[in-house]
Write a protein that binds this ligand. Structure first.
Ligand SMILES: [Zn+2]
Length: 262
């Protein structure tokens, strides 16, 4: 799935968690931003596709395969390998908590567990964004991996169902953006009503998840085992049907405007 929807999905879960926070706007914003970071991080393993990878990381670690080969292979550091596992989600969350403790003079006076408790919503947001990314990748085509290595170090790859295409899932993108916008409005409107804001933002996130699942079902096509160009065309044709000509055109315009794969 595209990186933008991954990051925004992290933001979406972050808005629901920010609704549970009794802290300042700075705290709430941090929860949302770190949830987005969790949503982005797994795809750092796509770095092997960077044009200078062989000259830098390849040389540094004495890798015998080119970055392009590594990307599609099943090494632990390949795409959809370790970085797309629950173990990575846990390790990076623990590392993040330790960094908060290590780099904040104020926090150094507290115990490590105390720091984890203090930043629990932010850390839950981070790990949730990370795990949502893994789930979203599991419904993309199997490709050379056959899913994601969810239970690393086990070698089994899970997912690769091909329920959605890699790109242009405009309907899913719109659901995620909708959750973020509605929840930000709720955070502003009910900022003094802690009970309501918590309930409403959580409910909107839950409804968003159901809408996301419903939109996947609406796609109703298996993208596995088919030609890339055909899949790209078919995916766009389905999007046009789901969204209607007017919204589809606007989304296509946004797609063409963005320099990243979307
Ligand atoms: Zn990914």
């Amino acid at each position: 799935m595209d990186i933008l929807t991954h990051i925004l999905s992290g933001f979406a879960v972050g808005t629901a968690l920010a609704g549970r926070s009794t802290g300042t706007w700075r705290t709430k914003t941090s929860i949302i931003l770190f949830s987005g970071l969790g949503g982005a991080l797994p795809d750092i393993d796509a770095i092997s596709m960077w044009s200078k990878f062989d000259m830098t990381f390849g040389r540094l670690f004495g890798l015998s395969h080119s970055g392009k080969v590594i990307y599609s292979a099943k090494f632990w550091y390949s795409h959809h390998g370790f970085m797309h596992s629950l173990m990575a989600a846990l390790i990076f969350t623990l590392v993040l908590g330790c960094l908060f403790w290590l780099f904040s003079k104020r926090e150094r006076n507290s115990s490590l567990i105390g720091v984890f408790c203090k930043y629990k919503l932010l850390l839950i947001g981070f790990v949730s964004g990370f795990v949502i990314h893994l789930l979203q990748d599991m419904i993309t085509p199997a490709s050379s991996w056959g899913g994601v290595r969810l239970f690393f170090p086990h070698e089994i790859y899970i997912g690769g169902t091909g329920d959605i295409w890699w790109w242009n899932n405009y309907n899913l993108f719109l659901v995620v953006v909708g959750v973020i916008l509605v929840n930000i409005c709720l955070l502003l409107i009910f900022r003094k009503d802690k009970v309501r804001v918590r309930k409403f933002t959580a409910s909107v996130f839950l409804i968003g998840c159901l809408c996301f699942a419903w939109q996947i079902m609406r796609i109703g096509y298996n993208f596995n085992g088919k030609n890339y160009t055909d899949c790209e065309l078919k995916s766009k044709e389905i999007q046009r049907e789901i969204l209607g000509e007017k919204i589809y055109r606007k989304m296509e315009k946004l797609d063409n405007f963005l320099i990243i794969y979307f």
